[in-house]
Design a protein around this ligand. Structure first.
Ligand SMILES: Nc1ncnc2c1ncn2[C@@H]1O[C@H](COP(=O)(O)OP(=O)(O)OP(=O)(O)O)[C@@H](O)[C@H]1O
Length: 270
């Protein structure tokens, strides 16, 4: 124990301080650039104001601010709910079990999807295809139009054919089966997504932020092929690149290709 003034500071305290500092640092990195950072700054401002008001002896103001802070803990969980989900998802992913369970693709399925995407890109048919890996996405399936069909290029192209009842929304593929169409996905609130991308692409990013999924998007406007995983969008993929990305994330391929990389550096957001 080292005495600092009247405080005794030991190895245990040092370790505790380091752990808290590390947690705060990673939390900051995690919410940096999102709406949550504004909310966090707001909360910090109220805490500092409350401390100042307390020191100056303004009892009524102090009481009011303390009342606001009393509900602060609950508010934090409500305000940061998307970030907390994201954090827990990231903690849980890339574990050995996740890797084992995540191998949901088959060579046949990948080829059928690639063929459909190639044709839809050429004809500029908008498409949004979500591959559920370890996430079941059952809540989304339940509100979509339930199907149970083998993955087939013609079927996918038919589903996304404009002016047909099922073309709006996303197709969900789980365990090599098309389990639902016309599914509504959560839209990403990430401010870093370029404004050239509309709701289809934002929905692709949104679902990949909090679920272990791989998403393929075909733009109706440009025919451009994009993928989303781990909350990041990569756009303008060639068919060859799409195949390698799908094989790496879904196919029965070499071990190092399985599971998502935590690195987002090669995934452009604009
Ligand atoms: N939350 C959502 N979940 C699922 N599908 C959605 C969602 N929001 C939009 N879509 C799909 O995207 C279509 C609208 O796409 P929009 O033009 O707004 O986006 P975009 O990213 O610019 O795509 P595109 O490049 O294809 O035009 C909708 O008709 C619907 O099929």
């Amino acid at each position: 124990m080292i005495p600092i003034g009247f405080i005794e500071f030991g190895i245990k305290d040092l370790l505790e301080t380091l752990v808290i500092a590390l947690v705060l640092y990673y939390l900051y990195r995690w919410i940096r650039g999102t709406f949550a950072i504004q909310a966090a700054l707001g909360l910090l401002f109220i805490i500092l104001l409350n401390a100042g008001v307390g020191l100056l002896g303004f009892t009524t103001l102090n009481f009011l601010l303390r009342s606001v802070l009393d509900v602060g803990v609950l508010a934090v969980f409500i305000i940061f709910q998307p970030e907390i989900r994201k954090l827990l998802y990231n903690l849980g992913q890339n574990t050995s079990l996740d890797r084992f369970l995540g191998r949901t693709g088959s060579v046949d399925m990948v080829s059928e999807v690639i063929e459909a995407v190639r044709n839809m890109a050429q004809t500029k048919t908008g498409a949004l295809i979500v591959f559920a890996r370890t996430s079941s996405l059952q809540d989304l399936v339940d509100v979509g139009v339930k199907l149970d069909a083998r993955v087939n290029a013609s079927l996918l192209q038919t589903i996304f054919q404009k002016d047909t009842p099922l073309h709006d929304g996303a197709v969900i593929i789980r365990n090599n089966r098309i389990v639902a169409a016309s599914c509504y996905l959560p839209i990403s609130q990430n401010p870093n997504i370029s404004s050239v991308f509309g709701t289809r692409h934002r929905a692709a990013v949104g679902i990949s932020e909090t679920n272990n999924v791989f998403v393929v998007v075909v733009s109706e406007e440009t025919g451009r092929i994009s993928i989303a995983k781990n909350g990041a969008l990569s756009s303008g993929l060639s068919i060859q690149k799409l195949r390698s990305e799908m094989e790496a994330s879904l196919g029965e391929v070499k071990e190092e290709g399985v599971g998502f990389s935590a690195e987002k550096a090669d995934l452009e957001m604009n």
